[in-house]
Design a protein around this ligand. Structure first.
Ligand code: SF4
Length: 92
């Protein structure tokens, strides 16, 4: 299953509607290695780096993701789905 499908199934969020506007790019902190917009692009590319990047595990980014997307995507829910997928894969 693609990462897009994993996120959609677990959170109801279809990252396909992302237009790469970058409006969700909150100020980065040391604990983040990529911006939120890049995380979503990695999901669209089905790149497992989305599951391994430090931004996914930043609680600051997770909290900011609640209202970060200007197109109505719930990035907080998407990140939770990605964290769960990452932990599931780590347990395989
Ligand atoms: S604000 Fe929303 S639509 Fe724009 S890049 Fe971020 S996730 Fe994509």
């Amino acid at each position: 299953m693609s990462l897009r499908s994993v996120v959609k199934k677990a959170s109801g969020q279809d990252v396909y509607i992302c237009h790469a506007c970058n409006d969700c790019d909150i100020p980065t902190r040391d604990e983040m290695d990529i911006p939120l917009s890049s995380l979503i692009q990695l999901v669209l590319l089905n790149d497992d780096e989305a599951l391994q990047c430090r931004t996914l595990w930043s609680d600051y980014a997770l909290e900011a993701a609640r209202s970060a997307c200007k197109r109505g995507l719930n990035l907080h829910a998407a990140m939770i789905a990605l964290r769960e997928e990452s932990m599931r894969k780590a347990g395989d």
